[in-house]
Design a protein around this ligand. Structure first.
Ligand SMILES: [Zn+2]
Length: 198
């Protein structure tokens, strides 16, 4: 685990994701995130993963939903990734005022909290896989009211482009983490006391 980061980086993520210094195809990045999100469920976490990359697909930070292990309702995958990435860039000698030369990948459409942080951190693009409707249909999560004008305004006022349903394909790999999480919940194998709808 690196020091000086807001959130921990679970050791198994590096083992699963290989070298972060190589350029990658964007579809490969999302396919990796689907596998990481599933692995996070197996490790007792939430079914989400995200990555912040350079424009050529090199990974700056890749992380997962850490709500339960961190006792932190804000520790969603996108938020964890954005907060850590900016610090990692500074540690590497490239402090940035925002993340506008980088791309954010997420296994799900950002919730209301993550959308707010995306506005602040300002990645150039957001590649999101599973829709809010399918997240809520396949898991107990409530993603919150992200207004219809949010993403158009993010584009026009912040230069943030949203690419929806990215790497969704047949949907099997994308939905597998959510279904596994819901099953683990029903079997009492995961603690989602911070994740339930209210
Ligand atoms: Zn979120």
């Amino acid at each position: 685990m690196k020091h000086g980061l807001l959130y921990p980086q679970p050791d198994w993520i590096r083992e699963l994701s290989g070298s972060w210094d190589s350029a990658r195809e964007f579809t490969d990045i999302m396919a990796l995130l689907h596998r990481v999100a599933y692995a996070n469920v197996v490790h007792g976490g939430g079914p989400f993963a995200a990555a912040l990359t350079h424009a050529d697909g090199r990974i700056v930070e890749l992380n997962v939903n850490l709500v339960v292990p961190c006792n932190d309702c804000g520790a969603h995958a996108e938020g964890v990734t954005l907060h850590n990435a900016q610090r990692l860039l500074a540690q590497a000698g490239t402090p940035v005022r925002d993340l506008h030369s980088f791309y954010l990948f997420s296994t799900g459409m950002p919730c209301v909290g993550c959308a707010g942080r995306i506005w602040l951190f300002r990645p150039a693009r957001v590649y999101a896989s599973v829709s809010k409707e399918l997240i809520e249909a396949n898991s107990p999560f409530s993603e919150g009211p992200v207004g219809k004008d949010f993403w158009p305004r993010a584009r026009s006022e912040r230069g943030i482009e949203l690419i929806e349903n990215f790497g969704f394909g047949s949907g099997e790999a994308a939905l597998r983490p959510f279904r596994a999480f819901t099953q683990a919940l029903s079997e009492g194998k995961t603690d989602s006391y911070l994740e339930r709808k209210h």
